[in-house]
Write a protein that binds this ligand. Structure first.
Ligand code: GLN
Length: 454
């Protein structure tokens, strides 16, 4: 009830696309009854969460923040949300995001921008970006509208908004959480994960979300450890790598300072700090912005005006006209930009020059990490090149927006677990996050280092 009231009172932040107070209340009543009967409530028994509106929820509108899916009510439940309900969680509503999860500021949603609850100290009331694409999730948690929320991360969409909002968020190893029932953006990169106030909450929630799912062909058939039970902030014996290529020219002094601070905190926790090299880092961002749009252009072909949501059927129009009119009206500008880039880099004349080349970059980036693991167990890096920026400040600068993902995409291309943890605030009082990248399937080490940074 308290969370429902907060959600209702915070409409100005625009974090929710759909609120489901009745679902939360019904679940609360069931939990009360189960508790009275002495039943096991599950690891998330009675915890009301926000669900990024990229997860299909049976009977509740699912839009990916796009006009083209407006009014689409799935008949099925995503595996991740199903797992969460099975663990006792309940839903406060569906959270706003960048349209089809494409963006880094939550400004591409058809349902309007999400506003961060943070303001610059002495900066008046200038509205700041909650990050993206999981901006509704970061705002809901940071503004205490929900104790936790789901996110998805294709190239940073859990970690970057978590950093902007001063909360924790982990993208597990690719394949840990099922993609079944999650609206697809770039299938070889898409991964779900939790966003919450503390590392411990993330460990609990990830445990509830993860697990093998035969309905997702890339799901990992690996046991899900009890990450929370094993949490341990003592890092004795762990080697933490600092990649020299992440020290970029012109990096903000405040980012550099928070990175130094993080190193010291991990050292204090017993870790040894070592220098490592990830030589192909500078190709990761351009590689990502070819591979992700290429896969998106293919995934988004299904929105044809027939199967889902919106249909624009002009008077006397044929099938092609219906496709064109529906997609023209249904997709936002950023989505169209991605479809154009994606179809271009996949077209016969350019495939080798762009797409094949980007796949090679991806392999090299993954190999860089494999070689680094010979020298360290974890890598510590900034999550983002800057703190949150004012909404609207990058409107005419799509490349500047893409640059925000520079530290996030290498771990995505390599499929590695990576977490953002808040470490400090800058001179404006805005949160700064650090990122911990781990070996495949070693979420435990990532969470442990996160705990040491908290
Ligand atoms: N900002 C990145 C993009 O726009 C990442 C998005 C994501 O991880 N979903 O592609």
């Amino acid at each position: 009830e308290a969370f429902n009231a907060n959600v209702a009172a915070a409409d100005a932040l625009n974090a929710f696309i759909v609120k489901t107070p009745e679902i939360a209340l019904k679940a609360a009543a069931l939990v009360d009854a189960d508790r009275a009967a002495g039943k096991d409530l599950g690891v998330m028994g009675g915890v009301p969460i926000g669900m990024k509106d990229l997860f299909a929820t049976r009977g509740v509108q699912t839009t990916a923040a796009s006009h083209i899916l407006e009014g689409f009510t799935p008949e099925y439940e995503s595996t991740v949300s199903h797992n969460l309900w099975s663990a006792g969680a309940t839903m406060l509503g569906k959270l706003n995001l960048d349209q089809f999860a494409m963006g880094s500021s939550n400004e591409t949603s058809y349902f309007g921008n999400v506003t961060s609850p943070w303001r610059k100290a002495g900066g008046g009331n200038e509205a700041m970006s909650p990050g993206g694409s999981s901006g509704g999730s970061s705002t809901a948690v940071a503004a205490r509208l929900a104790p936790a929320a789901t996110g998805t991360d294709t190239g940073g969409s859990i970690r970057q908004p978590a950093a902007f909002a001063g909360i924790c968020g982990i993208k597990p190893t690719y394949g840990r959480c099922s993609r079944w029932g999650v609206v697809a953006f770039a299938s070889s990169l898409d991964q779900a994960g939790p966003m919450a106030r503390t590392v411990r909450d993330c460990a609990i929630m990830l445990g509830a979300m993860a697990g093998f799912d035969p309905k997702d062909s890339t799901s990992l058939d690996e046991p899900v450890p009890d990450w929370e039970a094993a949490l341990n902030a003592d890092l004795k014996g762990k080697r933490v790598g600092i990649a020299r290529e992440y020290r970029m020219d012109g990096m903000d002094a405040e980012i550099e300072a928070s990175w130094e601070q993080g190193k010291q905190m991990l050292r204090d926790a017993g870790a040894e700090i070592v220098d490592v090299s990830l030589p192909h880092t500078k190709y990761a961002l351009p590689g990502y912005y070819i591979i992700a749009p290429a896969e998106a252009s293919s995934n988004l072909a299904r929105y044809d005006g027939v199967r889902y949501g919106l249909r624009d059927l002009p008077e006397g129009a044929g099938l092609q006209d219906m496709y064109a009119a529906t997609r023209a009206a249904g997709f936002g500008d950023e989505v169209k930009r991605r479809v154009l880039i994606g179809t271009y880099v996949l077209s016969a004349g350019f495939y080798d020059a762009y797409y094949t080349q980007a796949q090679k970059v991806r392999a090299l980036v993954a190999r860089d990490f494999e070689r680094a693991w010979e020298h360290c167990d974890l890598i510590l890096a900034p999550t983002t090149p800057s703190a949150s920026f004012p909404l609207g400040s990058k409107d005419d600068d799509p490349i500047g927006m893409y640059l925000n993902d520079v530290f996030a995409v290498p771990a995505s291309l390599a499929g590695l677990p990576a977490m953002s943890v808040p470490v400090d605030v800058n001179a404006d009082g805005l949160p700064l996050g650090l990122q911990i990248i781990g070996k495949p399937l070693d979420e435990q080490a990532v969470l442990d280092a996160g705990l040491a940074l908290e």
